[in-house]
Design a protein around this ligand. Sequence first.
Ligand SMILES: *Cc1c(COP(=O)(O)O)cnc(C)c1O
Length: 353
Amino acid sequence: MTTATTPAIDLRSDTVTRPTPAMRDAIARAEVGDDQFGEDPSINRLQERAAELLGKEAALWVPTGTMANQVALRTLTRPGDDVITSRGAHAVWFETGAGAANAGVQFTEIGENGVFSVAEFLDACKPRDHLILPPTTVVMIENPHNRAGGIVFPQDEAAAICAAAHERGVTASLDGARLWNAAVASGRSAAELAAPFDLVSVCFSKGLGAPGGSLLAGSAEMIRRARRYRRMAGGAMRQAGFLAAACLHALDHHIDRLAEDHANARLLATELAASDRVRLDLATVQTNIVCFAVTDDAPDAATIVARARQRGVLLFALGPRLLRLVTHLDVDTAQCQRAARILREVIETPSAP
Ligand SMILES: *Cc1c(COP(=O)(O)O)cnc(C)c1O
């Protein structure tokens, strides 16, 4: 049994990682300057490198993925516009209503399990210049999809949706907070995944293990406009190169290893799915996230979280009977095996009457 002195196995999110010693070294050695003057060499290097990796003309540093999504919406919409996205999208569920508050947009959520088809998009797409309908001006795809359990959006469908959108004068935006995971899982490059989209956001603070940092990438013209909205959101920074150095280090050292996180997520999922009190479709476990439901004869999610915590395993309740585990570079295979064993015991022990 885990004792109180063993560090917890923290599977709440891949945002909980601490910089490795080598990353701290890179941070300490970072060349910095005033990024609002465009004079931070580390930020400039990161923006150029990421733009190239994402196959776009330009990229813009932003402190968080939420701000990247918000700046993208400001850049691509006008107040009153309609944004079509997947059901359960981060921009709708996890940004405290920012899309409505900052860009003044409304969202139409479509599809199932984090994905949707070109037919579903066309069904929901509203024309411009209609007397009463709100004009659809953006389609936003989340890849991989967080709330749907790290599922990778089928690339052929994404390309067809973006093509249909462009034909109708609708822009396409990619919430790629974990795009690096989607690339490793699908065997496609990040540039290929980003190619059909006008703007793409990526995070360095998730699976890549940096202490912070996101980027928005797109055409030089769009990024020039986005820079103003970053300033409006209060996200223009000064010597941000300390963070950029961590992100550059992550690009060099933490992408290929994402395959280990995916294998650990599969291990956790396989063990949990073997319990008759767990509802988990293994086909949805494609990256580093495992979402699962528990049956009515298991304790509820809050009880499972509390009991697991006492035994040194941290996880997240997404709903009354819905839970989430996320693997990352601060948990190894042995810890995931132990966590799976402990979770099985917690889930299969009936609640006290
Ligand atoms: C985490 C996440 C974000 C936002 O990132 P923050 O840096 O936490 O603001 C955006 N989109 C998705 C899909 C995410 O998982």
